[in-house]
Write a protein that binds this ligand. Structure first.
Ligand SMILES: [Mg+2]
Length: 165
């Protein structure tokens, strides 16, 4: 186990159903945006994302988007979903995630963090004492920095087993 290790690894965000979340005692999700909910070049949520968010909120589960991307990208995506969001979060720094917990009125141990990157998402979850769920990136497009991080991640990612949430 290292600081990069997620608590769970699944293929897609849709694995996090209200039933499974309740079984794990999870009342809220802090989720990454780019390559977790949509490829970074897709500007609006699709029907699957909308349906997933609706199922969660109908079940009383809170959700908040915390992205390292800029305001316009985060806001354009989050606004149609009517979920709170924080942009330029600087994950793996804790600030954005802690603000999200505060906005949801939940503690770290009743919240999980969902994301696709080991060095930002999984690290910040561990630093905040949260359950973490690693998803496979949904997009292949990324700037040089994302490509660089993916290359560094590859050997670590290979060692992480999928485990049903
Ligand atoms: Mg991401």
């Amino acid at each position: 186990m290292s600081i990069f290790s997620p608590t769970f690894r699944v293929d897609r965000f849709t694995r996090l159903t209200p039933e499974r979340l309740r079984a794990h005692g999870i009342k809220g999700i802090v989720t990454d945006l780019d390559d977790t909910l949509a490829p970074r070049n897709v500007y609006l949520p699709d029907g699957e994302v909308s349906a997933w968010i609706k199922a969660l909120t109908d079940a009383g589960i809170k959700i908040c988007i915390v992205s390292n991307n800029h305001e316009k990208r985060t806001s354009d995506f989050a606004s149609p979903l009517s979920v709170p969001f924080f942009f330029e979060a600087k994950k793996p720094l804790k600030g954005g995630v802690l603000r999200a917990l505060q906005a949801m009125g939940l503690t770290a141990n009743e919240t999980l963090l969902l994301g696709d990157q080991l060095f930002t998402d999984m690290v910040v979850a561990r630093r905040c004492g949260m359950t973490s769920v690693l998803v496979d990136p949904v997009g292949t497009y990324g700037g040089w920095f994302v490509q660089f991080k993916r290359k560094l991640e590859t050997p670590l990612r290979k060692k992480i087993e999928y485990n049903e949430f």
